[in-house]
Design a binder for this molecule. Structure first.
Ligand code: AMO
Length: 440
């Protein structure tokens, strides 16, 4: 029996979801990969999946040609096949109809069986699954997650378009760090040192000069030392930057963006949430805005030793997350805890015009008003022990009337975790990268 037949002239006429009782008697050509083979009393049922769902192919010994019956008998799970046949209305089949084949092409027979069943039952550790991620992604849950992601991205882009933001693409190979030197990946750029970008920060700021309102959805790289459920080394960052506004305005924008994405996902992905056995995330009437100072006070009531200026991490972050399980902002962080481009408050420079968007204890986004004055930016660089000379190309732009501006960066994967209830960021990443993983 041939195990790799040519596609030849065959082209799909229908997807699985279109194989419905209304097509009864019609000839169709469909493709997919076999997810189960079952023979019972001379009848072989193949369940075949394609990107839209599944269809049943039923071959009856005695009715189908001997050659076809024999061929069907050799087909194993995961094999890619093409089926030409007649649709038959039948209540018990998926979508109420099956295909009775006249011809089957085995396009590529599966030679291996994955070490775990992708069709249900216990799953091994995520690392085992990631080793053959392309097969793992055939699982129903994974299919549902990435369909939700598609709707989310479409919704976010609609929001940006409706609100007058221009989509931009900024360089990913860069010469200077923006988010702290420790998490930088070095790359040899011809014969010079360079880095993979940690965020589009400086470029998106520069782009408000010509375009005023920009957004980017693109990769960012962080050499994270710790391997956790919520950190990756390569993420997709959703960034905006806008002229003539401050951090309070972009917090409003971020809140509207999250509301829009969550509502569209809930509306358009009811089937996917059913497949995940989860319900869409709940949205409060308004996202609370707690200042950093209020949060430190709350922690200080239960625990001694925390003082103004400390970061809110570990058990402290968990505690705030327990008392604020949904979406909320922490605003007005100490200036020293934020990058050089974040603007200190004019009346109280110890505090910055900054925010983090949280969901429970998970940080989803951070942003703020930016420093606009060149001399202030040089001062901030020096305070953070960075060399203004290394940023000369960026500082130069500030001589040409850089407008006041603000923006944020939002992690797509973390937003997906929040919207779908997944606890491991790797589940919502096609090919996750972390300290131990560079393949597949
Ligand atoms: P920040 O460094 O806070 O801010 O990053 C923004 C958001 O990106 C996500 N994120 C990550 N997600 C998973 N794994 C990681 N290793 C990781 N690192 C970051 C988080 C985080 O909130 N330039 C600023 C943004 C701005 O001010 O516009 C920045 O990069 O969801």
């Amino acid at each position: 029996m041939k195990t790799e037949e040519e596609l030849g002239e065959w082209r799909r006429t229908h997807y699985s979801s279109q194989i419905t009782p209304e097509l009864d008697g019609k000839e169709v050509t469909i493709f997919g990969w076999v997810s189960s083979v079952r023979t019972q009393g001379g009848i072989t049922f193949l369940i075949v999946n394609d990107k839209e769902g599944m269809f049943q192919v039923t071959t009856v010994k005695g009715k189908a040609s001997d050659e076809l019956v024999e061929k069907v008998g050799t087909i194993s799970e995961h094999t890619s096949i093409g089926v030409r046949g007649i649709v038959k209305k039948i209540a018990k089949a998926p979508n109420g109809a099956e295909v009775v084949p006249s011809e089957i092409k085995v396009l590529n027979a599966a030679r291996e069986k994955p070490s775990f069943s992708i069709f249900g039952g216990a799953l091994p550790s995520i690392d085992k699954r990631l080793d053959i991620r392309a097969v793992d992604l055939r699982r129903d849950r994974a299919q549902a997650l990435f369909r939700i992601q598609r709707v989310l991205l479409q919704s976010l882009r609609e929001f940006f378009r409706e609100n007058g933001y221009l989509e931009v693409r900024t360089p990913k190979l860069i010469s200077t760090a923006t988010e702290g030197g420790a998490s930088l990946f070095s790359v040899l750029y011809y014969n010079r040192p360079s880095f993979l970008t940690q965020s589009p920060q400086l470029y998106k700021e520069e782009l408000v000069m010509p375009f005023e309102k920009v957004y980017e959805i693109g990769p960012a790289f962080r050499a994270e030392e710790s391997r956790t459920q919520k950190h990756l080394s390569e993420i997709t960052s959703i960034d905006i930057e806008e002229a003539f506004v401050d951090y309070t305005d972009v917090m409003d924008t971020l809140e509207s963006l999250i509301r829009r994405g969550a509502a569209d996902v809930a509306d358009r992905c009811a089937r996917e949430f059913e497949r995940l056995k989860r319900t869409p995330v709940e949205l409060p009437k308004r996202f609370d805005r707690l200042t950093y100072e209020e949060v430190i006070e709350q922690i200080g009531r239960n625990r001694e030793g925390i003082s103004w200026g400390d970061d809110i991490t570990g058990p402290d972050g968990e505690e705030i997350g327990r008392t604020h399980p949904g979406f909320y902002f922490i605003t007005d962080w100490p200036t020293t805890s934020k990058p050089f481009y974040i603007k200190p408050k004019s009346a109280k420079p110890k505090v910055s015009e900054s925010f983090d968007l949280m969901h429970g204890s998970l940080e989803l986004a951070s942003g703020g008003t930016r420093v606009t004055s060149k001399s202030a930016l040089m001062k901030r660089l020096k305070e953070q022990k960075l060399k203004p000379q290394a940023f000369e190309y960026h500082l130069a732009v500030f001589d040409y009337g850089m407008p006041p501006h603000a923006g944020f960066g939002l992690g797509l994967e973390r937003l997906m975790m929040t919207l779908t209830g997944e606890e491991n960021i790797r589940e919502v990443t096609l090919f996750p990268r972390d300290k131990l993983r560079l393949v597949p």
